[in-house]
Design a protein around this ligand. Structure first.
Ligand code: PRP
Length: 195
């Protein structure tokens, strides 16, 4: 029997605030499987399990779907970080709110990010984790915006390059809302005006 996924959004999940769907649930699912296949192929012969490091909270949805799409064993760790500065300007100074629970020395580590905007969070994270002597360190990001810094970061794979618009859904929030939308979309302008 054909295994058809249900991409419907349950009623009441803020869908009325969405202006446009940028990347559908089906597109996300297909691309994540491609990314997982590429990662499975690269790491299939490395000793030990691949260690996925997710950055809370946005990467949680991508992380769980990605991990389940891998055909190799993996383990998961999460970090929570906060960048100083206001909502629109990142300063590049990052503070650890929750660190990894384990020592990553000699482990093959793959950072799993939901979005690279300015690239400052990831630049800092790469430097921080590489100082802990992992066997290897790579990054995948589901989304990437066309900022200068973001473009300079060397990624193992990126799901989608998106325009420089504010996007929500599939882990991404506006004022902590909309993370559970199954697609990536933009919000109607009045949603921002009402806050
Ligand atoms: C977002 C996202 C990245 C970071 C990218 O997290 O998850 O970690 O911003 O931005 P940058 O490339 O400009 O550094 P956010 O701080 O919004 O936290 P959240 O994941 O908990 O929503």
């Amino acid at each position: 029997m054909h295994d058809k996924k249900n991409y419907d959004v349950p009623a009441g999940v803020h869908t009325a605030d969405v202006e446009a769907v940028l990347i559908s649930a089906e597109q996300l699912s297909q691309r994540i499987q491609e990314m997982a296949d590429k990662v499975s192929e690269k790491y299939k012969d490395v000793p030990g399990e691949l260690l996925l490091v997710g950055v809370l909270k946005g990467a949680v949805f991508f992380m769980t779907d990605f991990a389940r799409a891998l055909s190799i064993p993996s383990t998961m760790e999460f970090m929570a970080v906060s960048s100083y500065g206001n909502a629109t300007t990142s300063s590049g100074v990052v503070r650890i709110l929750k660190d990894l629970d384990i020592d990553i020395s000699d482990r093959h580590v793959l950072i799993v990010e939901d979005i690279i905007d300015s690239g400052l969070t990831l630049s800092w994270l790469l430097e921080n984790l590489s100082s802990r002597n992992p066997a290897s360190l790579e990054v995948i990001s589901l989304l990437r915006k066309p900022e200068v810094q973001a473009a300079k970061i060397d990624l193992f794979d990126v799901g989608f390059d998106i325009p420089n618009a504010f996007v929500v859904g599939y882990g991404l929030d506006y004022a902590e809302r909309y993370r559970s939308l199954p697609y990536v979309g933009t919000l109607k302008p009045e949603v921002y005006q009402n806050h």
